[in-house]
Design a binder for this molecule. Structure first.
Ligand code: SF4
Length: 361
């Protein structure tokens, strides 16, 4: 028997949204209630089960798109097929769906962790971002989630229209009231077309100050800054993401999903029609496969590992590092070396992109 890789993670992409937010770069299309997404996903998982040993799966992440378009039955059937040794099942929820979601049923179906995409409580900013909910929707959804789930996370976008230190503090204050075990802060990044659509944004200097301020507020409130965008209390990390940052294998399921197994990265068809046709023809819906060469693997190791507070084992990537640059950033206080790991300092996180590019060159 061929030796099977140990695969611990599955990502399931839900490709539908009710409308398109003008800043979004994720793959999603308008919701089509007649599209047989669940049966196609079940078929894809069954085919993957024939190909790979899925008995070691520990973490599943349902991302999108808008996974909260579907109800608990949808997720129960998928989770039942994958198996029952799973310790973490995360799902992204949009606040406008809070009213119709039965969170208890979702928990009974096997979901263990909710990630709520709040972004901000400021309604004029939400409108400009194309988000379809208001402050009350968020508050109602938070109440339902915190009643039924011990493990949940909120997202806050930094650099949104009208963002300021006052607005940020107001938002974080509301976040902290319900004691979320986990908070993510993402900086809004836009291409030139999106920049023309979304106006009234703070400049880059203010965005950097806001990120720093938010990070300080969360750390003052005993959140551990464990990844560039992520903060957790009592080690309630997102374990799926930790495995991805550690370059562990993951299976990608659903239209437009990406997976990586044994340094082969595969991309599912993002055309819903092609995805369906492939599965109906009993073929996995893979559009292309790229093999990562050694240099690409090490660079990815560096890029992903340096996002975390633990950094990356220097021995693993030493021959790909520009040691002159490492020394320079070390002396300037942006990099640290601890227990043989190279890692960014809090100030280094602010310049993640340029530092990683320079030391990996
Ligand atoms: S809801 Fe999320 S995935 Fe959908 S368009 Fe908006 S940002 Fe993108």
């Amino acid at each position: 028997m061929e030796l099977q890789p140990i695969i611990r993670n599955i990502y399931v992409h839900i490709p539908f949204c009710r409308s398109r937010c003008p800043y979004c770069d994720f793959f999603s299309v308008k919701f089509d209630k007649n599209y047989p997404l669940k049966s196609l996903i079940l078929k894809e998982i069954s085919m993957d089960k024939e190909k790979w040993d899925l008995s070691n799966i520990k973490n599943i992440y349902f991302g999108g798109g808008t996974p909260s378009i579907y109800n608990a039955d949808f997720y129960r059937d998928i989770l039942d097929l994958i198996g029952n040794n799973i310790s973490e099942v995360s799902i992204e929820i949009n606040p406008e769906d809070g009213k119709h979601i039965d969170f208890k049923a979702l928990k009974d179906a096997g979901v263990t962790r909710i990630s709520l995409g709040i972004q901000t409580f400021q309604e004029r900013s939400l409108n400009l971002l194309g988000r379809n909910y208001n402050k009350n929707d968020i508050i109602d959804t938070i109440e339902k989630i915190s009643n039924d789930f011990g493990n949940f996370s909120y997202d806050r976008l930094i650099g949104i229209p009208f963002d300021s230190e006052r607005v940020l503090k107001e938002d974080l204050d509301l976040f902290l009231r319900s004691k979320p075990p986990h908070i993510s802060l993402y900086i809004l990044t836009l291409n030139s077309t999106q920049k023309n659509i979304i106006k009234n944004r703070p400049d880059d200097n203010l965005v950097a100050r806001l990120y720093k301020k938010a990070s300080e507020i969360l750390q003052d409130n005993e959140y551990e800054h464990y990844e560039i965008s992520n903060f957790a209390k009592e080690k309630k990390y997102c374990n799926y993401n930790i495995d991805v940052w550690n370059c562990k294998d993951y299976i990608g399921i659903g239209p437009g999903a990406v997976g990586t197994i044994e340094n082969k990265r595969y991309f599912n068809f993002s055309s819903l029609k092609r995805y369906e046709q492939q599965l109906n023809a009993n073929e996995l819906p893979i559009e292309k496969i790229e093999e990562l060469n050694e240099k690409e693997q090490k660079f990815e190791n560096l890029m992903l590992g340096m996002r975390t507070k633990w950094g990356v084992n220097i021995k693993k990537i030493r021959k790909f590092l520009n040691m002159k640059k490492v020394n320079k950033f070390y002396k300037e206080g942006y990099l640290n070396i601890e227990n043989g790991n190279l890692k960014l300092t809090e100030n280094g996180f602010l310049f993640y992109n340029s530092i990683v590019t320079e030391v990996g060159g």
